[in-house]
Design a protein around this ligand. Sequence first.
Ligand SMILES: [Zn+2]
Length: 376
Amino acid sequence: MGRSEAALSAASSGAAQENDIGDATWLHFGAVNHLPGCRRRLWRSTILLTGEQGRIGLSCFPFVSTHFLAQATACQDQSLAARGNTAMATQSPEGKYRTLTAEEEYVIVHKGTERPFTGEYNDHFAGGVYACRRCGAMLYRSQDKFRAHCGWPAFDDEIAGAVQHLPDADGQRTEIICANCGGHLGHVFVGEQLTTKNTRHCVNSLSLAFIPEVEVKYGRAIFAGGCFWGVEHWLQQEPGVIATTVGYTGGTKERPTYEDVCTHTTGHAEAVEVLYDPVRVSFEQLAKLFFEIHAPTQSDGQGADRGDQYRSAIFYVDEAQQQTADMLVAELKSRGLNVVTQVSAAARFWPAEDYHQDYFLNKGAAPPCHVRRKLW
Ligand SMILES: [Zn+2]
């Protein structure tokens, strides 16, 4: 096991492994980033190992992205029950968009621009997430913010799928809007050579709501439905999914390898851990997608993949997820489907080997093992 794997194994853990969670605190959420030229998706490509004052290392750990995001959250919020569908601070209890002030409406609705060097986040560099001020969707991470000296907050990356790029009405620039609610954010510029990513999201402070790292709430879900390559392929395309990791869970052996699991003696299932923005997607939406992309009625595996490692299962992280999963299973059974999906409490999740991560994304192909058929 290499240095990076050792460090990651030490940090990886399930909810009950608080000591391991403690080990992970130095690899906090604010350290997730990616290297220029990396082929992987932005949100899972690379982790910069940073201290509070700066970088202490630079490595590419694509296979742990969700795990670190999850654990980093757990560092600050030990209660998994507090995750799930936790609403953002800017979302009203009714799920409606936040009521805007006149100046916020000028920018967010009427695509106005705040005066330079006046916004509250222009010179703001605390650790956390910048969400949409209107709907609360997570848009940018603090580690992607940089000093562009342009008068407005500048980011050289976005949370995957959270920002939509459109031709501006001026026919020259590229407007950026919140992918969830369509609120105006600002404009994006490329080719300025300001950072290695060569991109500058120029965003109005009035479009943003900063969430300190300790208050950021991610949703976490774990699904098993046959070969994890195919399950991940579908889940990572769902809007609102921030990161996915394939791995092993529900078994007995610690730090299982793929070869261990293939012996069918460890009890592990091939599974996918999903970290998501609960403002943009719910656990129920993800669970419904899960049922649509595999065969929940097959008891001996999935397709030609036979054995307990390919079993259909939902590993819930809180009571709300359990109730939702049970409800969906009951609904499908009421339609005459003999669903055999197991609904079990989440156990420790072990990230799989690097070559299993993003398998079909890297291959640039659709999985032959998992096709989607609409059930809802
Ligand atoms: Zn929004």
